[in-house]
Write a protein that binds this ligand. Structure first.
Ligand code: GDP
Length: 460
């Protein structure tokens, strides 16, 4: 007995659609999806490592790697070849490697991984932030070179800030990649030193004991896909304390979070562009729920309706998209001017809350000047960037226990935790972290520096 193909029109007429059944029929056999962000101090070797990873997994045609190797050799910078794999701006970029603006995909045996905001981008830090708000799991890359780890880790370096950022955005699965271990002759002592320092810090930052540490070298390719050789294998594989996972096996072992296909449809717009036919396209992420071809949808905060005329995943047309998918939608019956990056598309029955005032539970980073009421900030929430003001300091909380230390504090010092009220310049779409965590994470920036990050707890 064959199940008939799903007719998208049914969804318009019927209140209740068995989304889980549709999902099972369409996707029952596909690999689990995971969104991965890679962070770390500048020059820690992120691009090289990821380029190498994609090559080892066979995602990059060998003639292309060969070409990059030849060209990098010509300019005397042979080590750049792998980083070029991720370089989206390179003229030589070929279709099919980097899939879309700001993200690429790769597959392991059991998982389909979306790499958020490939660090080949020039403007990496702001992108990293958008990436972090969408990530399920993270790799934190540190440079094992003597002096370099210290630069990244000590005050002013990005290692701590990035780790704090991940934690305050609710990302609890993390692996630390102890990279460039070739520069210290694969020293076990150096690896241990970094593991010890990072463990103490990560624990303080609120990460549990489940953080893995992986020694490797993006440049030599050691311990990425295949088990390490000597000298790393002398202590990494056999030494009882080390279980010896490779980078790929650590990624394989991350747990995929549950996709909320049963929740109301939410789609965050990352990009808007002209399509081929009539109408225009928006690309973005299905945060929760599902969408089908032909659906009538609502675009907020501007409260405009539209019809989904086309639906593409990885440039292939399809009839449905589900939570966790990155898709392009062709919209019709709407003026392109009424749609902006950072807007949310949802279904008519269950619109996303729109507000200018909300409360968030935030962690303050290593700010030079304590945060005061009235401070103008830029908020980043998924792909939304919006000017705002901190209008109230509601309470300062204990960093680890979350207990209240002080009501209405006068200011918030560095590394403190607090509940604050934020008022945005224009109405924005907001969700409570507890309802839809994908849309409930925010970051606050001032003049290009992240000053705090956290979770939305109340919408006014
Ligand atoms: P990113 O800024 O974190 O993306 O770092 P890149 O990947 O651009 O690398 C920064 C520099 O470190 C480049 O000169 C690379 O060639 C070099 N590098 C990257 N990975 C390694 C490694 O594993 N070992 C050594 N020795 N050098 C590396």
């Amino acid at each position: 007995h064959e199940t008939p193909d799903f007719d998208p029109k049914l969804k318009l007429n019927e209140e209740k659609v068995d989304v889980m059944k549709i999902y099972k029929d369409k996707r029952g056999d596909s690999k689990e999806q995971l969104h991965l962000v890679v962070v770390g101090h500048v020059d820690a070797g992120k691009s090289t490592l990821l380029g190498r990873l994609l090559c080892e997994l066979g995602q990059v045609p060998s003639r292309l790697i060969h070409k990059y190797q030849q060209e990098s050799k010509k300019i005397g910078k042979q080590s750049f070849a792998y980083a070029w794999v991720l370089d989206e701006t390179g003229e030589e970029r070929e279709r099919g490697i980097t899939m879309d603006v700001g993200h690429s995909k790769f597959e392991t045996e059991t998982k389909s991984i979306t790499l958020l905001d490939a660090p080949g981008h020039k403007d990496f830090i702001p992108n990293m932030i958008t990436g972090a708000t969408q990530a399920d799991v993270a790799l934190l890359v540190v440079d094992a070179t003597r002096g370099e780890f210290e630069t990244g880790f000590d005050s002013g370096g990005q290692t701590r800030e990035h780790a704090l950022l991940l934690r305050s955005l609710g990302i609890s699965q993390l692996a630390v990649i102890v990279n460039k271990l070739d520069t210290v002759d694969w020293s076990k002592e150096r690896f241990d030193e970094i593991v010890n320092k990072m463990s103490v810090f990560l624990k303080q930052a609120g990460f549990k004991d489940n953080v893995s540490f992986v020694p490797c070298s993006g440049l030599s390719g050691e311990n990425i896909l295949t088990k390490p050789k000597e000298p790393l294998s002398n202590w990494y594989n056999y030494y009882s304390q080390y279980t010896g996972p490779t980078l790929v096996s650590v990624i394989e072992n991350f747990k995929c979070p549950e996709r909320h296909i049963n929740k109301p449809f939410r789609f965050s717009i990352n990009d808007i562009f002209k399509g081929t036919g009539s109408g225009f396209c928006v690309s973005g992420h299905v945060e929760t729920g599902m969408v089908s071809l032909g659906d009538k949808v609502l675009v907020l905060p501007r409260n405009e309706t539209a019809v989904v005329k086309g639906l593409q995943i990885d440039e292939i047309s399809t009839t449905n998209a589900f939570a966790g998918d990155h898709v392009s939608l062709t919209l019709s019956a709407i003026d392109q001017q009424n749609v902006g990056i950072g807007d949310i598309i949802c279904n008519l029955q269950n619109p996303v809350p729109v507000t200018t005032r909300f409360q968030a539970h935030v962690v303050v980073f290593a700010v030079k000047i304590p945060i005061m009421k009235g401070l103008p900030v830029i908020i980043h929430q998924h792909s939304l960037v919006q000017p705002a003001v901190i209008t109230k300091l509601v309470a300062q909380l204990h960093r680890n226990t979350g207990e209240m230390i002080k009501k209405k504090p006068r200011c918030l010092p560095k590394n403190s935790s607090a509940i604050i009220e934020i008022t945005t310049q224009n109405p924005v779409c907001m969700e409570l972290y507890k309802d839809i965590k994908e849309l409930g994470r925010i970051m606050l920036r001032v003049e290009g520096t992240t000053i705090a990050a956290g979770l939305i707890t109340k919408i006014k």
